[in-house]
Each structure stands twice: as structure tokens, then as C-alpha cells.
Design a protein around this ligand. Structure first.
Ligand code: DQQ
Length: 582
């Protein structure tokens, strides 16, 4: 069978495959997370530090999932997140809470929301923060009530003069919004940040589904207390299943500056993102929001569903953005689950991290977003090396020496001198970059590429994760694939080691150069292709390439020589990471 036929597939087949592959740790049911009752409250006797991240957001122990209600308030960044205080698998969820003044150093404060009331006694699930006029922050979250219905609740800070907003109160008039009028009570969750319309009404959406149609159900309110369901959803799409963690926000058509969630009008486009429970990946569209009709319509080039655009083509889910009024930017947080086995998660005593927060803005051409790690992360850069103008010959690799790279930030620019040997591109590959990377991984020789980095590698390359580009020639242009191939990342066999990939929207024939930045942190590799146009996060668990035995290589498995015009690498220091409560 031809390669193209192998990876061609309909929506249904792709979903079925994704579900089958992912169901080894994900229960694709209405609860959306696998439930391991016997492990939920099992304290680990040790908290294995070996592959813990050094500068990614992580509590000292136990399970974390979705980032919740990120906000900037009176000089402090707040990050809440779904947390199991008793074990390293999903369960017993509370809204854990950390604060920071720089998005890098975090202090843990007490959890903000616990299941205590009839309207949330069976779960305090994801939600968002909104800053109301008069500088008053509120949280909207999903509660699972005594009848196991998903309802939407509100919570307020108890004391606005506490700089860390440690205590939160839930008014007795909760729940604010209930699943009535035909709404499926077990598929009704994750309220967005609210936005304020020109007609004096607040709006928010809640993720849901009707049959297999994903829905963003819209509610309006004048007083933030009484919410009325709109006649039409803000947006829906057939065949996409449950929409978890919707996010809806404006972006400027010009420049990197972020916009407050209520901005509307000239010079503004909108972004709508959902986390698809069916595939456990996220997709977004860029489009137009008509506030009179309260409808969002994606642009033509921006498909809904699993062929659409992704913030990140790797292990990244349940993300949420917020407007950072201090930095005048929109910041994205996303959750990277483990790819390790549940037994190993349990014996490590920890599971899940948040990726490095990223500034996000609309690309110049208006068709996609661009993301870049917040600049504050650069304050962690320590010892540096730089290499310039090195030819990487066909089939060769070399080691980057001079810094430790278990915890590093690496920026590299490749110069592609000739595209003559680029492999032909089969058009049927165009909707499945991940499948293409699966058959043309880092070891498979090509024409122009694969070229890139072997990160978290052992000294003799027995273990390595390949992050690379591969250039194809199609009828009228060149197609650039960016790929993360962890198939040789570890000797351990019980790991989930999928190849992850996305295409990079770059005119390589015109530019000739392409850039790659990779944040390496023990068991996570976060890569940004062509200045943040395509991003891939991958979790890996080497057994040899650990600590001071981690190496970094540049490789080229293509027939064409490549010039590495520049490589800069920095060791990354440890920030304060939730090491004790305030
Ligand atoms: N996680 C939360 C839900 C959300 C899901 C529960 C997404 O609110 O839909 O922990 O990961």
C-alpha cells in the first residue's frame, strides 16, 4: 500500500484511531478523565525527583490538569488549576492556587475552591476569571451537584485587600446557570471569561454537545447574577463531539499587542478555541464575531474540527488565555499530561505540568496565531554557548558541548541552500501531518531534511528525541513539516511515544532560513518552529539521558547538506516553584 493511502482517512476513521490510541489512559466518557478509584487517594511514599521539571509550573506532588482562571490583578498573576491533593491520578479535584509577580517564580497559597456545597459537592471543575468594573475579580466554575449535574457557579474573593486573594466565597444564590431546557447535564461545563457587550450585557459561553454536534452555549446577563440563555449558540460544529474548555477572545489584526476580552470593533478579529474530548487535542479558528447577532463565524481558511489549526501539535490540552493588562499582551496557558504509565505516575507521586506561558497574537497574514514563551523566561538563562556557520553534511550529526542540556533553552537557525532534492508531497498528507511524521520520522532519510536537534539524548544516542524539519515539493510550492519524534526517547517500553507534527506556514524557497527554539526540561520538550508559527510539546522519560548524562546534537538525515547559521543555547536556572505555602 502506498504511503499516502496509509495515512489518508476520513474524519470518522481518524477519530476512531485517536480514540483507540488514547484510550489507554483516557476514559473517553462524559467524565473526560480516566478514573482510577483505588489510586485516587493513595499518597505516594516518595516523590521521585529524577524526571521532574525544573522551570515548568508544577506543584511538589500529586496530579494536576487544566489551568483555571488565570488573571492579573493588582500587580499579581494568579494561576488556579485542577488538582488532586491526595494522589497522582485524577480525582478529589480542587482549585489549587498559586501567585507570582513575574509568571516564572510561583508561590503556592491555599486552594481557592473545594467541594463543600450542594452545587459543587461532587466536583469543582474548570472555569475562568473575569475582572468586573471597579476592579473586582470573580471566578466562574463548573460544579457537579448532588444530582451529578454540571452547573455553573460563581465565587468572589473574601478580602480584596489581601494581595494574594487567598480566600474565596461562594454565595448562596449558586448555581448561577443550570442545565435546563434540553441541555445534557453531563456535557455542560467550563465557562469562559465573560465579555461585555455594547448593549450593556455580559456574555459567556459554556462547552457542550448535542448528539455529536459540539456547542458553545451562549448566556447573557446585565448584573452578572441572572443569566439568560441566548436563542442560538455562539458557535457549533457537527461531528466534533463534546467541546471542553472553550476560549473566545479578540486579537488585533495588526501587531503583537493583546486585547482585553471585551474589545470589539474595527481592527479586531476573534479566536475561538475548543478542547475536543474525542481526540484530546485542541483546535482553534480565526474568524469574525458579530455582536448584534451574537454569532461567531470562522474565516474560510479556518476549518472547525480535527483538521483545524492547533496551538500546539503535541501533548497540550484544556488551555486558557487571559489578558495581561501589565504587559498589554494575551497569555496562553496549557496543560501537558504525562505520557508515562499510570503505575509509574503513581510511584513517582506526581503527574502533569503546565507549559511555559506563551504570548499569543495574530500572524501578519491573519490566518493563524503566533506564540512565543513570555520574555520573563529569559531571566532564567544562565551559562551560554554560541555556534555560528556550521555545515551539517548529509547523514551527519555533531554534539553541542559546553552547557548542560537537561534544563536548557536552545535557539537555532538553519539555512536551506538548495531545495532541489526535496521529496514530492502527496496532497493526501495535507490534513494529517502527525501521520506523515509517523511514517517519515527522524530516522527515515529524506531529500531536504530531516534536519534538526536530538534533545534529551544519551552520549551514544541510544536514547534521543528528534525535533526536526523536513521539506517537500508540491506542485506550486514547498511544504515544510515540523516534527517531534520520541520513538527512541527511552528504553522504557510501557510509554506512550507518539510522533507529533504540524506544517509550518513559511515560504522556504524565498526565505531559505527556518528557525527552531526548544525549551528542554528533563521530561518535557517544548518546541517553537519559525518564530512560533508551529509549536509542539512532548513528554519523554529517558532512562540513560538523565541529569548530567543528557546531551544535545544537531543532525541532518537528508541528502542535501544544511548550514546551521547560528545556534545559541543557555542552561536554565530553577525558579521558585510552589515550594511551600505563603
Ligand atoms: N477537566 C475538567 C473539566 C474539563 C476537563 C475536570 C478537561 O471541567 O472539561 O477536571 O480536561
Amino acid at each position: 500500500m502506498g504511503a499516502s493511502r496509509k495515512i489518508a482517512g476520513t474524519w470518522v476513521v481518524m477519530v476512531a484511531v485517536a480514540v483507540a490510541v488514547l484510550s489507554r489512559w483516557v476514559d473517553v466518557a462524559e467524565a473526560s478523565h480516566a478514573v482510577y478509584e483505588h489510586l485516587q487517594s493513595l499518597e505516594s511514599s516518595n516523590y521521585d525527583p529524577k524526571l521532574r521539571t525544573g522551570y515548568h509550573f508544577q506543584p511538589p506532588k500529586h496530579w494536576i490538569n487544566d489551568p483555571n482562571g488565570p488573571m492579573y490583578y493588582n500587580g499579581v498573576y494568579h494561576l488556579f488549576y485542577q488538582y488532586n491533593p491526595k494522589g497522582a491520578v485524577w480525582g478529589n479535584i480542587v482549585w489549587a492556587h498559586s501567585v507570582s509577580t513575574d509568571l516564572i517564580n510561583w508561590l503556592a497559597v491555599e486552594p481557592a475552591i473545594h467541594p463543600t456545597e450542594p452545587f459543587d459537592i461532587n466536583g469543582c471543575w474548570s472555569g475562568s476569571a473575569t475582572i468586573l468594573p471597579g476592579n473586582r475579580p470573580v471566578i466562574l466554575y463548573t460544579g457537579v451537584d448532588t444530582l451529578s449535574r454540571q452547573v455553573q457557579n460563581i465565587a468572589f474573593p473574601k478580602n480584596l485587600s489581601d494581595p494574594y486573594l487567598r480566600k474565596w466565597v461562594k454565595p448562596k444564590y449558586n448555581p448561577l446557570i443550570q442545565p435546563v431546557g434540553g441541555i445534557n447535564a453531563s456535557s455542560f461545563r467550563d465557562p469562559t471569561t465573560a465579555w461585555y457587550g455594547r448593549d450593556g450585557r455580559w456574555r459567556l459561553v459554556i462547552g457542550s454537545k448535542r448528539g455529536m454536534r459540539g456547542e458553545a452555549i451562549l448566556y447573557r446577563s446585565r448584573d452578572f447574577k441572572r443569566w439568560v440563555k441566548a436563542k442560538h449558540a455562539l458557535h457549533t460544529a457537527g461531528g466534533t463531539g463534546m467541546w471542553e474548555c472553550p476560549d473566545f477572545y479578540p486579537v488585533s489584526i495588526d501587531g503583537k499587542q493583546g486585547l482585553d476580552t471585551s474589545e470589539y470593533g474595527e481592527g479586531v478579529k476573534h479566536v475561538f478555541k475548543v478542547s475536543l474530548d474525542l481526540t484530546r487535542y485542541e483546535y482553534y479558528t480565526v474568524g469574525t464575531y458579530d455582536q448584534e447577532k451574537d454569532q461567531y463565524v470562522p474565516d474560510g481558511a479556518s476549518p472547525d474540527g480535527n483538521t483545524g489549526l492547533r496551538y500546539d501539535y503535541g501533548n497540550f490540552y484544556a488551555s486558557k488565555t487571559f489578558y495581561d493588562a501589565a504587559g498589554k499582551r494575551r497569555i496562553l496557558w496549557g496543560w501537558a499530561n504525562e505520557s508515562d504509565s499510570v503505575t509509574d505516575d503513581n510511584s513517582k507521586g506526581w503527574a502533569g505540568i503546565q507549559v511555559i506561558p506563551r504570548a499569543v497574537w495574530l500572524d501578519k497574514e491573519g490566518k493563524q496565531l503566533v506564540q512565543w514563551p513570555v520574555e520573563e523566561i529569559e531571566t532564567l538563562r544562565g551559562k551560554q554557548i554560541q555556534i555560528k556557520h556550521k555545515i551539517v553534511k548529509s547523514g551527519k550529526f555533531f554534539e553541542v558541548k559546553g552547557i548542560q542540556t537537561a534544563q536548557a533553552d536552545v535557539e537555532v537557525i538553519f539555512d536551506v541552500k538548495s531545495l532541489e532534492k526535496a521529496e514530492p508531497f502527496d496532497p493526501s498528507w495535507s490534513t494529517n501531518p502527525q501521520g506523515l511524521c509517523g511514517i517519515k520520522g527522524g530516522e527515515v532519510k529524506g531529500g531536504v531534511g530531516p534536519f534538526g536537534l536530538f534533545v534529551l539524548a544519551s552520549s551514544k544516542l541510544e536514547e534521543r528525541t528528534a525535533v526536526f524539519f523536513r521539506v517537500f515539493r508540491s506542485d506550486d510550492k514547498h511544504v515544510v513539516l515540523m516534527c517531534n519524534d520520541p520513538t527512541r526517547s527511552s528504553y522504557k517500553s510501557n510509554l506512550y511515544k507518539p510522533t507529533f507534527a504540524g506544517f509550518v506556514d513559511v515560504d522556504i524557497a524565498k526565505n531559505s532560513k527556518i528557525s527552531l527554539r526548544t525549551l528542554i526540561d528533563h521530561s518535557v520538550v517544548e518546541s517553537f518552529g519559525e518564530n512560533g508559527k508551529t509549536c509542539i510539546t512532548s513528554r519523554v522519560y529517558p532512562s540513560l539521558a538523565v541529569g548530567s548524562n543528557v546531551h544535545l546534537f544537531v543532525f541532518n538525515n537528508g541528502a542535501e547538506d544544511i548550514e546551521m547559521s547560528q545556534l545559541k543555547g543557555w542552561e536554565m536556572k530553577n525558579p521558585r516553584m510552589n515550594d511551600g505555602e505563603i
